[in-house]
Design a protein around this ligand. Structure first.
Ligand code: PEP
Ligand code: MG
Length: 592
């Protein structure tokens, strides 16, 4: 019997990030677990275990070299040389040979073999009374714990891929690439200790319509695999061993939801027009060609944000120009004449590619990412821009650059697009000569200098996820400071207004593609502030449309006016929620 079974019902509170209710057996994953898994491995699979060990060693080497590089810059070469000893441990042939022998002799997994070797080796060295050897043991412990973490991280990825039984994942954290490998039929929902509403794993959960709760603090240490769990993605909780009364209450909530969804289906093919006749464009955020069906099913009027980095995840090599072109072309052809806005590669932050060897940085969200990376890694950018240009011959394709912080970056990127257009002309390859280029406004400097950017592009799309994190200096992934991540902060609203006004002055349209766009509580405020296109995960489209079709623009404008003169983000939020609730009460019956 598990601890939970003995204790009865237990509730863990977190942050709701993807709506829906599910229940089933918990499958608990924890990267930082001290427990080292031990299992038998079939003879044919033994080489794979050694391969995993070699991969972990390569990754560990990279990590140590990066730390060494940073230390040598921040301190001096002498301090950095300490890490030479760590690198020597990795080169020690005894290490690889011994682990390999143990794997084969005992036919066990690499973590178990490695653990056995480390325990024996450090015990032997520790027993000798020698200062030098004691230091060697300390080095050894440091390096081996890094290797073990890399092996266990890898293991989590593999475990997710190999799940066969329906379950609810409870983990300390999940990366976007881990969510990407999950099988939707098997993973009913997931809850994580870490995370926030705008982390990319939460964004993916919404697209996949998988109920999810994040910020559960230490739930992954307390819940046991196999426990019966109910996950509430509306209110943000997981209930372990729910009582009959709890199950009854949740049954009612599910029934209410079904009746709301029936109303939403009825407006699926209608336009998003306010009561006073203002047409708003509702577009979809997608990450792969497989999302086309959801865009059509939920009534998206095209794609407002194609996050192309998902095409680059979970593979060992970069997708070629042809491969990318095929993916972009497929989306453009399926949705034409509706626009498809393809965002150029936005790597970095919480989206990494191990094979690109982006250095581990102290502040990855402020680092070498997105357009900064693309402008330096010309071959990567060239392949992508040429692929997008070629796909533009098949439909209504537009290019959008992420993370632009000044107009020089725009000039450089635009010049490259012209260069590649010339290449294609010379090669007699078709593309859309009138293809439009836009820019994401997601860095405060871009919002403040929006008039300078406006001269160089045809549209703006506000990336509020990053705009909020940079304006307020609140890491969008850090659950400890999630309460400070405030979309209705007066400073954020001013940046939005600044952007829409600059767009108006220059005759551009301005949309929103951050998570604020898919939150019906924020719809009146965003429209009042001047947004005319909202782009969101496809399943969120019907709710926002339902609200828009009941909204009076006068109310939205009055709310925006109030917000721009109010000093309290909380008050603005309350007013926005009150207007949204008044406008479409049935939409919020299950919302906190
Ligand atoms: C944003 O920052 O709001 C955005 C849409 O981009 P991403 O979430 O991919 O960083
Ligand atoms: Mg962003």
């Amino acid at each position: 019997m598990t601890d939970e079974a003995q204790k009865g019902e237990l509730i863990y509170k977190g942050i709701p990030v993807s709506a829906g209710i599910c229940q089933g057996k918990a499958f608990v994953l924890h990267k930082a677990q001290t427990h080292v898994p031990h299992y038998d491995v079939a003879e044919v699979d033994l080489p794979h275990q050694l391969q995993r060990f070699q991969q972990a060693l390569v990754l560990t080497r990279q990590q140590i070299q990066e730390v060494q590089h940073k230390v040598s810059k921040a301190l001096n070469a002498h301090e950095a040389s300490i890490f030479d000893a760590h690198l020597l441990v990795l080169d020690d042939p005894t290490l690889i040979d011994s682990v390999n022998e143990l794997i084969h002799a005992k036919k066990i997994n690499v973590e178990a073999a490695f653990n056995e070797f480390v325990q024996k080796y450090t015990a032997t060295l520790s027993a000798i009374d020698d200062a030098y050897l004691r230091e060697r043991v300390a080095d050894m412990r440091d390096v081996t714990s890094r290797i073990m973490n890399n092996l266990l991280g890898n293991l989590q990825h593999q475990a997710l891929q190999e799940l066969r039984e329906p379950c609810i994942i409870i983990a300390d954290d999940l990366s976007p690439s881990e969510v990407a490998v999950m099988d939707r039929k098997v993973v009913l929902g997931f809850g994580t200790d870490a995370g926030s509403k705008t982390s990319h794993m939460a964004i993916m959960a919404r697209s996949l319509q998988t109920p999810a709760v994040v910020g559960l603090k230490d739930a992954s240490l307390k819940v046991k695999s196999g426990a019966h769990v109910l996950l509430d993605g509306y209110n943000g909780s997981i209930v372990v061993n729910p009582t009959d009364q709890t199950l009854f209450q949740y049954g009612q909530l599910v029934r209410r939801q079904a009746s709301i969804e029936e109303k939403l289906r009825a407006i699926q093919s209608l336009a998003a027009i306010t009561l006073d006749g203002l047409k708003i464009t509702l577009s979809a955020n997608i990450g792969q060609t497989g999302d086309i069906q959801a865009v059509q099913e939920f009534g998206g009027e095209g794609v407002g944000l194609f996050r192309t980095e998902y095409l680059f995840l979970n593979r060992d090599t970069l997708p070629s120009e042809d491969e990318q072109c095929e993916a972009y072309r497929k989306v453009a052809a399926a949705l034409k004449p509706a626009p498809v806005i393809i965002r150029t590669l936005d790597l970095g932050g919480d989206k990494f590619l191990p094979h690109l060897q982006i250095p581990v940085e102290m502040n990855p969200f402020l680092g070498w990412r997105a357009i900064r990376f693309c402008l330096e890694e010309r071959a990567v950018f060239r392949a992508q821009l040429r692929a997008i240009l070629r796909a533009s011959a098949e439909g209504n394709v537009k290019i959008m650059y992420p993370m632009v912080s000044n107009h020089n970056e725009l000039d450089q990127a635009n010049a490259l697009v012209e260069l590649y257009k010339n290449e294609l002309r010379a090669e007699k390859i078709a593309f859309d000569e009138n293809l439009e280029i836009g820019v994401m406004i997601e860095i405060p400097s871009a919002a403040v200098s929006a008039d300078m950017l406006a001269k160089r592009v045809k549209f703006f799309s506000l990336g509020t996820n990053d705009l909020i994190q940079y304006a307020l200096a609140v890491d969008r992934l850090n659950e400890r400071i999630a309460h400070l991540y405030e979309p209705t902060h007066p400073a954020v609203l001013r940046l939005i207004k600044w952007t829409t006004e600059a767009a108006d002055r220059h005759g551009l349209w301005c949309g929103v593609c951050g998570e604020m766009a898919g939150d019906p509580y924020m719809t009146p405020l965003l429209l009042g502030l001047g947004a005319r296109e909202l782009s969101m995960a496809p399943p969120l489209l019907p709710r926002v449309k339902f609200l828009i079709r009941r909204l009076k623009m006068d109310d939205a404008l009055e709310l925006a006016k109030f917000a721009l003169n109010c000093e309290s983000g909380r008050e603005i939020l309350e007013r926005s929620q009150a207007l949204a609730r008044r406008t479409a009460p049935s939409l919020f019956e299950n919302q906190p």
